[in-house]
Ligand binder design. Structure first.
Ligand code: MN
Length: 237
């Protein structure tokens, strides 16, 4: 653990305290890039749940959505606030050893960018109502996170929120978002493939792919129909 990232570590101290990094492959934290990423991780721990994480203030603000997100505005999904996670957790997919904190398989289920509709997202978080847009591969459009009033006798540390899809072009009439997408958004792997440590099915995007370059020529190519030189587009699928 390097010293220069100590100030960031303070925000994720509860995250670090819960884990034994000699035993779990989860990230220890340290990425400093600032942005507006969001991820959802399907986590088969003691209880199957989906971890919803928004990048904010140098950490991933996190909620465990017990039944997972739904694109149907009628579904209000319980989202229990969990400890802030380090930014590099947004790249974590793998297996937390049995017996460790959160032991089980973690699948990157969705990822993308989020935009706050609140002028001050931190204030919105503190007030307990956040409105934002997601441009993920699976979750899209406008969503709300709203904190429920604590029930009598509920432990002070527990924050129960609801994750709700707003009515827009991206809502769906059913609750099938989870059924439609069951493999990793990043690696294409199933739960079993991740558990077994199989290689990713989706190839990583290459850092550099050499394009076809233009070539000097003394005249137009043979054959009819040649008017202009065109453009080339490289698409990696
Ligand atoms: Mn979890």
């Amino acid at each position: 653990m390097s010293k220069d990232i100590g100030y960031l570590k303070s925000g994720i101290a509860p995250y670090i305290a819960k884990r034994n990094f000699k035993r779990t492959p989860e990230p220890q934290g340290g990425a400093l890039a600032a942005g507006h990423r969001f991820v959802v991780q399907h986590h088969w721990a003691k209880r199957d749940h989906y971890d919803f994480r928004l990048e904010m203030s140098g950490v991933l603000k996190s909620w465990a959505v017990t039944r997972g997100p739904s694109a149907n505005p009628k579904d209000k999904r319980l989202a229990v606030r969990t400890e802030d996670h380090p930014l590099d957790y947004a790249d974590f997919e793998g297996n937390i050893p049995a017996g460790e904190y959160g032991g089980g398989t973690v699948m990157l289920w969705d990822e993308g960018e989020w935009i706050s509709h609140d002028a001050d997202p931190q204030k919105a978080l503190d007030l307990g109502i956040m409105k934002f847009a997601l441009s993920g591969r699976r979750m899209q459009g406008n969503w709300t996170l709203i904190r429920m009033k604590p029930k009598v006798g509920e432990s002070a540390g527990r924050e129960n929120w609801l994750l709700i899809k707003e009515r827009d072009d991206h809502m769906e009439p059913d609750a099938g978002l989870l059924d439609h997408h069951t493999t990793s958004v990043r690696s294409g792997r199933s739960r079993e493939a991740i558990a077994q440590g199989d290689a990713p099915i989706i190839a990583a995007f290459p850092d550099f792919y050499p394009p076809c370059l233009c070539r000097a020529s003394d005249g137009p190519p043979e054959g009819p129909g040649w008017l202009f030189a065109g453009s080339r587009v490289s698409i990696f699928l």
